[in-house]
Design a protein around this ligand. Sequence first.
Ligand code: HEM
Length: 538
Amino acid sequence: NGPETVSPTGAPTGAPQIVNAQQGEFLTTSAGARLYDTDHSLKAGERGPTLLQDHHLREKIMHFDHERIPERVVHARGYGAHGVFVGYGTATNVCKSAFLGDGVETPVFVRFSTVLGSRGSADTVRDTRGFATKFYTQEGNFDLVGNNIPVFFIQDGIKFPDIIHAGKPHPDREIPQAQSAHDTFWDFVSTHTEATHHVMWNMSDRGIPRSYRTMEGFGVHTFRLVNAEGETALAKFHWKPKLGVHSLVWEEAQMINGIDPDFHRRDLADAIESGAYPQWELGLQIFPDTPRQTFEGIDLLDSTKIVPEELAPVQPVGLLTLNRNTKNFFAETEQVAFHLGNLVPGIDVTDDPLFQSRLFSYLDTQLSRLAGPNFNQIPINRPHVPVNDMLRDGFHQHAVHAGVAPYRPNTLDGGNPFVAKAEDRPFVEVAQPLPKAVKVRQSPASFSDHFTQPRLFWLSLSPVEKEHVVRAFTFELGKCYEQAIKERQLRVLAQVDPVLCAEVARGLGLPVPAVDARPKKVTPSPALSQVGQTWPTD
Ligand code: HEM
């Protein structure tokens, strides 16, 4: 017989094993021996000393001592829930993934998060929110690891450690920037103008969502889709909340942080418990897979750019319903491990340099966060399909692998496991022939336009929303100790919009910088200029 994986519960799928010790007949050690006393240690006489031979005492304290695992290096504070995704069948012409088929039901687990705060930080801080979904599909797990903001701070993952170092608490005082000096964050973004677009969204009401239930979600990157005929298209993923998009105002957010720092997790858990299941529609923006990978002049490999929905409408492809709270936060929400490389047939990566770095990062960090290479065997991460891999051993190996020949080809285990047929291969192996011997570090020229879309965003806001953005910049920049950083960021804002710059400068009590306020190096596509905006002309 071929090698076969037997899960610890004996089940071939990832159905989690619920252990309810509180309902057991007897208290036991972890080895199952019945315990008669868990409240007093074993001592040499009533007044001690305590005996080393008390195995239960040692095991109880040893286990407690190791209860904590490292928090995620980013997105440490999060909250998760289970649900179901039902495909509409509307995507089958562009994507062969089975879970998008008409009426196909797929179990999911979603984890929402803030980015910068530690595990115990407050929910309603101004920050980007993570929106990560694990689809346990019949073709294996698909992880859509997105945010509530459609663009990212940086264009190349090699800058990720830098932006996070700048955003995390100052190394000397370890006081989060949301409460203390903001110098490193604003130092970074004022010297990396590619961050301007993301910062505009952060400073808008999108940075302080009312509820996880009222957030949009975005896959951010462009993905490549493949249909049953092998034809490819490029696409961006969107989650649209059925409850609409709602935010807090700053004063509410500040007060809630003090009164109920768990506001967002309480809101989600209460809603699900009361049967008010939150729902999101999954949608796709589809673009032709052209060699240049642009759409209407917008570089689809630049994660600091959106494609306005007026140019590429979001087409609904399925419905997500969150309908079950977790039973155990640690086992499920803390141990869930998302990874962009968890793809299913029909969905593939693109050459976006941010996407490419992420493919390395998540696996790498989970190797240490979850202590070893077998974290996909943790119940929350287990696929709901049989696993027949040739990976063996390692820390926390739970599977009992039968068979003797975990290699291919073999003549001992009947040749098993067999590989899939060529036509079922998930990915487009050669999307673009690589030019020979060209290694470059610089970014494409199209990545250098950092202001067109921040301006587009600013102009799309209502007067009230604009006022909120001005107040947010004024408040946050007001927390910088270094005057030079505030002045540099004002010069960045001047590139976005002169009114925005002047209002923030007034709020900070600083002079309006004497720079050309019009966007520089801007080459908007003709189509972009029709997106309900008036573009500055020379
Ligand atoms: C975690 C989103 C860019 C590294 C996360 C999580 C989300 C997310 C939602 C939380 C996952 C969870 O709930 O467990 C994004 C988005 C990005 C982005 C939307 C850009 C579009 C990056 C980049 C890197 C990175 C460029 C590194 C090169 C990480 C790491 C974690 C993480 C190390 C912690 C994972 C863990 O410990 O399980 N990210 N991220 N991210 N992200 Fe990203």
